[in-house]
Design a protein around this ligand. Structure first.
Ligand SMILES: CCCCCCCCCCCCCCCCCC(=O)NCCO
Length: 602
């Protein structure tokens, strides 16, 4: 090799080494920057979570001090009496000045602080409520004058965060109250506490990395359910007389079922959703709605009456001028009631089935006509639910969680949404002929064109007509009685049992109104009957694990009515509640001469 060639060769080698070295050190720098960014962001997340936890603790400490001060000058001798009153009785006593807003407020505050210690159900005490209490006299004409009220954390409250359990939403206080809260304040209610939920709200457990897991008031080894689980636990344990949850797939109804309270999902649009935070803004296919939760049905109806007023329509012109029909709520004519106690391919526990059967018998004895009703095309509906609620294949859900630790209750869901869409499509294609539900749950839909969305909406219209006209109208039904998910699950099973969601989400997809009433408790026989779940495939076996050890836990049923028939739905719920109470009293009287109410634990 000549000198020149040697020179060029060496030069090239040197350059090659150098560029390799440059590339390598560039990559190392880039990696280091990423690592530092990651470490910093983790540190930042932890800091924000700790700050939020400290804010929560501080609100409790301030509330405890205020309570102590109040108690020094006001011995709370009426506490047990106040806590035993239903919402209607409480409002009456407040209106008639037989009770003062202060004694009611501090009684509920004390009970809430105590319940939260045991169940971890609250995200903060609303300290502004102490100021509101001082000026509440000006609201004496309001329907809910002086009533302390609890709110799920995703309902916007001026100067407070609504994190939905997502770290990046912390330190973003709202500019204004949501419409429902504004109206309630005008009606004299005092929102005093905010309650817990699962991270990102798309799950029916109740845990998030900021505020932790909420426990069930009837068994501390079980979840309170979700997503409005903090509400259900607090109300179920007697710490609040009325509260607001939200529901896109059962979130006001499932925790009500787990905690033995009543929960109502009105027709979406009947109550204002303005200011109810959701992590999927603009998702209009499966509609979310706020809904009341309380110990009895009358309280739900009173809440609806208080909210549905000119002010709500003024503040949110998307809501209809459709006053609450008290006459329809109070009516007691006999009804034609469709019923079913299970849904094809959807796991159902023995106590869910028994609950429906027992209530069916009571309704028949009371003179109503019960007609078998078979919801058809459940698989199609399940597919539409998943396509509607997760039209992007879960991408937004994952985006929202970026920068947040992921709560264990979400692991099953997140693992699925993290699989590449193409892999999910292949898996779904392979699974579909054998097991339809798992294939649906792979949620591989990701709409890229308007045509896809229109097709989805057209399919929902077809299903809606089939359900409401071809079936409901043909049988000339007024309402339907059916199961609701229960009894309460062991922790972290809800995310693994999304296959049960059609029990509740069907009525969000079709926008019917639906409510839940507690009717019984799990018996030894229900527990023995769990062995039948061994035969029914993988989801049934998971359900068995989720609910084993549930003797004594609440059992509820679901009451459904056509869209915009909210008063009829509530009236039906009221009738179920009354019949069950009467039956239990009779049973108790027959058994040992004593009155036995199932959930008289306050
Ligand atoms: C195999 C059948 C699968 C059925 C449908 C799967 C749909 C998946 C949709 C996403 C999961 C929905 C969970 C719903 C839980 C309740 C959440 C809720 O109501 N949140 C309230 C938010 O305001």
């Amino acid at each position: 090799m000549g000198f020149l060639e040697q020179f060029v060769h060496n030069g090239r080698a040197l350059l090659g080494h150098r560029s390799k070295a440059i590339l390598l050190s560039g990559a190392a720098c880039f990696g280091a920057v990423l690592l530092v960014q990651r470490v910093n962001s983790r540190r930042e997340q932890k800091k924000r979570i700790l700050e939020a936890q400290r804010r929560r603790e501080k609100s409790f400490q301030v509330a405890e001090r205020a309570l102590l001060e109040y108690k020094q000058s006001h011995p709370m001798t009426n506490a047990l009496y106040i806590l035993s009153l239903s919402l209607s009785e409480l409002t009456k006593q407040l209106q008639e000045s037989a009770l003062s807003p202060e004694e009611v407020f501090y009684t509920y505050l004390e009970k809430t602080l105590d319940v939260h210690q045991k169940l971890n159900c609250c995200t903060e005490i609303i300290l502004d409520s102490f100021e509101q209490l001082k000026t509440i006299g000006s609201c004496k004409r309001g329907i809910l004058y002086g009533v302390p009220l609890s709110l799920k954390e995703n309902l916007l409250l001026k100067n407070h965060d609504s994190s939905c359990g997502v770290v990046k939403y912390l330190n973003q206080p709202a500019d204004d109250d949501c419409v429902l809260v504004k109206v309630l304040k005008e009606q004299g209610a005092i929102p005093f506490v905010r309650t817990n939920f699962p991270q990102a709200l798309l799950n029916y457990d109740c845990s998030n990395p900021i505020y932790g897991q909420t426990l069930n008031p009837h068994n501390l080894q079980k979840t309170a359910g979700g997503s409005s689980g903090g509400e259900a636990a607090l109300i179920g344990a007697g710490g609040s007389v009325i509260g607001i949850g939200t529901d896109i797939g059962g979130s006001a109804r499932i925790p009500a079922s787990f905690c033995a309270i009543c929960g109502f999902k009105p027709t979406a649009g009947r109550l204002s959703s303005k200011g109810c935070k959701s992590i999927f803004r603009g998702q209009k296919t499966v509609l979310s709605t706020p809904g009341p939760m309380a110990r009895d049905v009358d309280s739900l109806a009173l809440f609806m009456k208080a909210e549905i007023c000119e002010q709500m329509v003024f503040l949110d012109p998307t809501t209809p001028l459709l006053p609450f029909d008290e006459g329809l709520y109070q009516s007691r004519n006999s009804l034609r009631i469709g019923y079913f106690d299970c849904i094809e391919q959807t796991p159902t526990s023995p106590s869910m089935t028994r609950g429906v059967q027992e209530v069916k018998a009571l309704l028949e004895q009371a003179g109503h006509t019960l007609v078998p009703f078979t919801p058809v095309r459940i698989l199609d509906m399940a597919e539409l639910m998943s396509k509607g609620a997760l039209a992007d294949g879960g991408a937004t859900f994952l985006q929202q969680l970026e920068g947040s630790p992921v709560d264990p209750v979400l692991h099953a869901q997140v693992a699925m949404y993290r699989l590449p869409i193409c892999l999910r499509k292949v898996l779904a294609f392979i699974l579909k002929p054998f097991v339809s539900f798992p294939s649906i749950m792979l949620i591989y839909h990701s709409f890229r064109s308007a045509a896809g969305v229109w097709k989805l909406h057209a399919s929902i219209e077809v299903i809606f007509m089939r359900f409401s006209v071809s079936q409901w109208r043909r049988l000339n039904l007024d309402v339907v009685l059916c199961p609701i998910i229960g009894p309460a699950f062991n922790f972290c099973y809800c995310g693994k049992l999304m296959s049960m969601v059609p029990h509740s989400m069907t009525y969000n997809l079709l926008n019917f109104c639906a409510g839940v009433v507690p009717v019984s408790t799990v018996t030894e026989e229900d527990e023995r009957n769990l062995c039948h779940l061994d035969k029914g495939g993988w989801f049934n076996r998971v359900l068995k694990k989720a609910i084993t050890g549930g003797v004594g836990l609440p059992v509820a049923v679901q009451c459904v009515a056509l869209p915009w028939h909210d008063e009829l739905c509530l009236r039906f719920m009221k009738e179920v509640e009354e019949l069950v109470k009467k039956a239990r009293k009779d049973e108790g009287a027959n058994a040992n001469g004593k009155v036995y109410l199932i959930y008289d634990f306050h």
